[in-house]
Design a protein around this ligand. Structure first.
Ligand SMILES: NC(=O)c1ccc[n+]([C@@H]2O[C@H](COP(=O)([O-])OP(=O)(O)OC[C@H]3O[C@@H](n4cnc5c(N)ncnc54)[C@H](O)[C@@H]3O)[C@@H](O)[C@H]2O)c1
Ligand SMILES: [Zn+2]
Length: 350
């Protein structure tokens, strides 16, 4: 089927055969360079070869968050220079969120900015990382510490890429779809949370619905002054749990940590009197059914708080949460005390 929508400044195409070629013809770049990692080189590059009908060069970096850093950027910038990339060069970022964030950052800064297209190949990057204009890399142990806001020329999504994605990665990305439902659409939440086997979903449509939510929110508030903060639901605690898990022998994938964060932050919403106990139990049961209960490997509230205080989204040392007013409606700038946090954790591990 497929969808196209146009932002104020860029196109988002979902499963539109021929869309890439049309766009590239319109942009008429002096040359095309494609950024991949070893997995997207193996599984996804053939699609470009058959869709583009133009010569291009490839820059390949090692996969994984550990490589989302300035050293890899230096390699990409040097490669662009080696390929004699000029201001009219187009960079296509073919990969997950690491390729999109890092490649977009390199394109946005090379010669003060060259055109780039995001071609996200993981579920997480299709519904989240590729839309909204946030680019950057990790620095000095802090996630996304150096970066910029800049939009691509287009986001081109092909849900066929998901077929080669390991199930664990698919499930990790699915947490962001669930989040989009919880903060913006009860219908989306009800559909996605009741699915028995996520691999049987009609990704063409569910990716579309989820991208629409991210796009609508980020267009309203591109630089996160207010409304965009609702997208952080599950992420204040989730990020801390994710960070702490890296020091254990059981590191969590982003979505696994966000799943825990969404349950605990739903409990905070319950304690604030925003959602009912029935709604909370519904959220908790649905998420645990998909992600299991990780109670045994959870850190303490003191450890979680210590990490949360380092988050760059804090305002003068006050941790601001994005919670739920109800299923399908998020809020932001919510303050929470230690007692409430402890109660949320205690309920999760029981
Ligand atoms: N910019 C934003 O708004 C935003 C939002 C959310 C997340 N992010 C960032 O996104 C990153 C996480 O993204 P991710 O989960 O896509 O991780 P990722 O890019 O590391 O991809 C996960 C793994 O899947 C592999 N892979 C990618 N596509 C594949 C395919 N089609 N088939 C087989 N393997 C494939 C990759 O090589 C990698 O090993 C984080 O760095 C996070 O900070 C950014
Ligand atoms: Zn996330």
């Amino acid at each position: 089927m497929g969808y196209t929508f146009t932002n104020e400044s860029y196109h988002i195409l979902i499963n539109q055969a021929g869309g890439l070629e049309l766009l590239v013809n319109e942009l008429n770049p002096s040359q095309i360079i494609v950024l991949v990692d070893e997995n997207t080189e193996n599984f996804c590059l053939h699609y470009l070869i058959s869709e583009l009908h133009r010569p291009f060069k490839t820059i390949s970096i090692r996969s994984g968050e550990a490589n989302k850093n300035i050293d890899t950027c230096k390699f990409v910038w040097s490669s662009l220079i080696k390929f004699k990339a000029d201001r009219k060069t187009l960079l296509i970022n073919l990969g997950g969120g690491v390729i999109g964030d890092l490649g977009g950052f390199c394109a946005g800064t090379y010669m003060r900015g060259i055109d780039f297209i995001q071609m996200p190949t993981t579920l997480l990057s299709q519904v989240d990382a590729s839309v909204g204009g946030k680019l950057g890399v990790d620095f000095d142990g802090f996630k996304n510490m150096v970066g910029l806001f800049q939009n691509p020329k287009a986001v081109i999504i092909n849900t066929d890429f998901l077929k080669s994605l390991p199930y664990k990665e698919l499930l990790s990305g699915y947490a962001e779809l669930l989040k989009h439902g919880l903060i913006a659409s009860q219908t989306v939440w009800e559909e996605l949370s009741s699915v028995e086997d996520i691999t049987t979903l009609d990704f063409d449509r569910v990716v579309h619905d989820s991208v629409m939510i991210k796009k609508t929110v980020t267009e309203e508030d591109p630089t996160e002054k207010g409304l965009r903060k609702i997208l952080n639901f599950g992420h204040t605690i989730g990020h801390a749990v994710e960070t702490l898990s890296f020091e254990t022998d059981r590191p969590l994938l982003h979505g696994e940590a966000i799943a825990i964060g969404m349950i605990m932050e739903s409990h905070l919403s319950l304690q604030k009197g925003y959602i009912s106990d029935e709604e909370y139990q519904n959220i908790k049961a649905a998420i645990i059914k998909l992600y299991g209960n990780k109670a045994k490997s959870l850190p303490t509230i003191e450890q979680i708080t210590e990490i949360m205080l380092l988050d760059k989204k804090n305002n003068n040392g006050i941790i601001q949460f994005s919670l739920l007013n109800q299923i399908g409606q998020g809020n932001f700038n919510q303050e929470v005390d230690q007692v409430a946090l402890q109660a949320a954790l205690t309920d999760y591990i029981q």
